[in-house]
Design a protein. Structure first.
Length: 162
């Protein structure tokens, strides 16, 4: 048994694997590869979010950490149709991504909505990229420090085939 590993973690293989995965993703990010770590985390998040929501929540937390790392390592928008704005600041964090994905899923190709958030929603970008590759656009309109606004669109048929 390694330092920091409890008997309870060894008794629950999913918890043990999750702890190891979280540690590995953080180490990869700390080693200067936060973007790669976030892409891997997003793929995992998409694969498990429905069956293992507790684990998905931990992966989502790691993605937020990795985005902060990514920002510290590196210092054609679609129109918003019907002035759709989704302000998730008042929602509990656990409900935000579900609401955002519902809004995205309802978009008609070639339209977009404006997301308003209280932190950089970059982990969401990686989740969309993993779940909807080439099907969305992402344009920052405002980047903090207190409010982030992002135009998220569903690519039209011409953008998806390009």
């Amino acid at each position: 048994m390694s330092a920091g590993t409890s008997l309870d973690e060894l008794a629950d293989p999913v918890e043990h694997l999750t702890t190891g995965l979280v540690r590995t993703l953080r180490e990869l990010g700390n080693a200067g590869r936060p973007r790669l770590a976030n892409q891997i985390a997003a793929d995992i998040y998409v694969a498990i979010r429905l069956d293992e929501p507790r684990v998905a929540q931990r992966i989502n937390g790691v993605m937020h950490y990795l985005v902060r790392l990514e920002r510290s390592h590196s210092k054609g928008a679609l129109p918003v149709t019907n002035a759709t704005q989704l302000d998730v600041r008042s929602l509990p964090p656990a409900q935000r991504h579900a609401e955002i994905f519902e809004t995205f899923d309802a978009l008609v190709p070639g339209t977009a909505f404006e997301l308003v958030n209280d932190h950089d929603p970059k982990p969401l970008y990686y989740q969309l990229a993993a779940e909807h590759p080439g099907e969305f656009t992402w344009d920052y309109l405002e980047q903090g420090p207190e409010v982030w606004r992002v135009r998220i669109g569903r690519a039209g048929a011409e953008a998806a085939s390009a």
